[in-house]
Design a protein. Structure first.
Length: 223
């Protein structure tokens, strides 16, 4: 009879440990932005029901540096209220078909062109604003697209701010609220790189399992 002994681990530290392990295999890592050689130090963004930001130093020390309540739980909850869809894959499918420009107020809608060197014409100035300004209704595909974009903008903008404070340019994304298919990576990059073109977004192939991998590795070290 197997009697497993529980091992207590720090959740955020375990996520970071798993992410660091995934970064060792460069062939299974996708990078948006500058193709950097050294992936660590970095900010690890754990995208789950909510979002946490952890700084990982070059000597593998981890500290929790921030977070956001806007995450996968927000997407599912608001999608359920707005378009009566409560399935992540279905929301992604709809968002990939839809257009954010139907409901989002863009820089081009305000200025007719780019604003300076940082705000390009296709950057979102206000999510869902056209629904109020123009009293618009929209198909569920466009609602899903704007909702997903709004949450991604918030997550990546916060991550970029934390990265600036920690003086790093690498953002590593892991967690269940992440898909390499469709608009999520591009939305994250568009937001994160608005005011810092040197920033790199890093997506390990097995990003969903960073926590489980970190827990297994840490537990084996403690046996």
């Amino acid at each position: 009879q197997i009697k497993p002994k529980p091992v207590k681990l720090d959740e955020l530290g375990t996520q970071a440990f798993g992410a660091a392990h995934l970064l060792k295999d460069r062939s299974n890592v996708k990078i948006l932005g500058p193709q950097i050689e050294d992936l660590i130090p970095c900010i690890i963004i754990s995208m789950g029901t909510g979002v946490s930001y952890s700084a990982l130093s070059i000597d593998n020390k981890v500290k929790h540096v921030g977070g956001s309540p806007l995450g996968g739980g927000t997407l599912l909850g608001l999608a359920n209220l707005l378009i009566q869809v409560n399935n992540f894959d279905e929301i992604l499918r709809l968002a990939n078909i839809g257009k954010t420009s139907t409901l989002d107020l863009l820089i081009s809608d305000i200025y007719g062109q780019n604003y300076g060197n940082t705000l390009l014409s296709d950057v979102c100035a206000s999510s869902f604003a056209k629904a109020s300004i123009e009293h618009k209704t929209a198909p569920k595909e466009d609602i899903a697209a704007s909702l997903l974009s709004a949450i991604c903008y918030s997550i990546a903008g916060g991550a970029a701010t934390v990265a600036r404070a920690e003086k790093v340019t690498s953002l590593v994304f892991v967690g269940g609220f992440l898909s390499m298919e469709g608009s999520i990576p591009d939305s994250l990059y568009k937001s994160a790189s608005l005011f810092n073109k040197e920033i790199s977004l890093i997506f390990p192939e097995n990003h969903r399992y960073a926590g489980a991998i970190g827990a297994a590795l840490r537990a084996s070290e403690l046996q």
